[in-house]
Design a binder for this molecule. Structure first.
Ligand code: ZN
Ligand code: ZN
Length: 317
């Protein structure tokens, strides 16, 4: 399998940019776990180029408490240089490392044109789209007691409805290629009265937009204790022919390919036989297991024979 959602940094501040040696050690770890290609997908909010955008997002939430919490968070995080990050990843590719140049982009209601403008011109291979917060509420920040306490102040059904609506709007924006952790609102184990209703709306939004969906082992490391998406949702996605990526969402090197054998079995049991790779925003389908077992080596999946499908929906930048 491929690991298409990786962070080189833990959460918290980092002012130095990544190095090719950093990337090489991540590729080496992936290869040792039978993962022939990875995508590095750092958060957009880690970069100072997004600071103006983040300030606007904070101000749009009606709660002064959530506004100031989020402002502190962004102040600590938006410190790295996006140009340096992208340049280093391309240098790593030029050095023969099997890495794709990616980014994890949040959905910012009313600000996606601004997001697209920030990203315009950067030569990314893949853009993940995520819903991590609603307004200025970081509903999945399990390390922040104030964020988690906010769950007690809200109706679970309302949270899920807001989350699902944000997914729909993200898909409609057309900015990203893959929906990360598609049912992240379950992170604390809080489920809506009808999961089915939310799943149907998410699946339809992905089908209509052409976005792929991520199958992620990260949920096994969270209070919910199961992968993203839930069994019912991944079945729905596979039934509708929505392509998927596989991911660990590791924020440290030891979590690369976290529980990937379990994840492969989970995906197979839902009827998933192929996964996506990306190259310059073009989607390529490869066998779920074949890519890992074939061992395509340092040049990555792009030189492996046997692509099942090539969908040049996206044009290279
Ligand atoms: Zn995420
Ligand atoms: Zn992530």
């Amino acid at each position: 399998m491929l690991d298409y959602h990786l962070h080189l940094w833990p959460h918290g501040s980092r002012t130095t940019t990544v190095t090719v040696d950093d990337v090489a050690s991540w590729c080496e770890k992936a290869s040792s776990r039978s993962v022939p290609e990875i995508a590095i997908t750092e958060h957009l909010f880690r970069f100072k180029q997004a600071k103006g955008l983040l300030d606007s997002v904070c101000k749009s939430d009606p709660s002064p408490r959530l506004q100031s919490n989020m402002a502190r968070y962004f102040e600590n995080h938006a410190t790295a240089d996006l140009d340096g990050y992208v340049t280093t990843l391309h240098q790593a590719r030029a050095a023969g490392l099997a890495v794709r140049v990616g980014l994890e982009v949040d959905y910012y209601r009313g600000h996606m044109t601004e997001v697209a403008n920030i990203l315009d011109g950067y030569p990314f291979d893949v853009l993940l789209g995520s819903i991590h917060w609603l307004g200025a509420w970081r509903f999945d920040d399990i390390d922040d007691p104030d964020s988690i306490a906010e769950w007690n102040a809200r109706e679970v059904d309302t949270v899920w409805n807001d989350y699902t609506q944000a997914v729909i709007e993200l898909a409609e924006s057309g900015v990203c290629d893959v929906l990360s952790h598609p049912d992240l609102a379950k992170v604390m184990g809080n489920l809506p009265t009808s999961c089915e209703d939310s799943w149907q709306r998410i699946a339809e939004a992905l089908r209509a937009s052409g976005m792929a969906a991520e199958v992620s082992s990260a949920g096994w490391r969270k209070p919910v204790g199961e992968p993203y998406p839930a069994t019912g949702l991944i079945r729905l996605l596979c039934d509708r022919g929505i392509p998927v990526t596989t991911a660990s969402d590791a924020h440290r090197i030891d979590d690369i390919a976290y529980r990937f054998e379990d994840l492969a079995l989970f995906a197979e049991s839902a009827g998933c036989e192929a996964i996506c790779a990306f190259d310059h925003r073009s989607r390529l389908l490869v066998p779920l297991r074949g890519s890992a077992h074939r061992g395509v080596g340092a040049q990555g999946i792009s030189q492996a024979a046997g692509f099942i499908e090539s969908d040049h929906r996206w044009t290279s930048k």
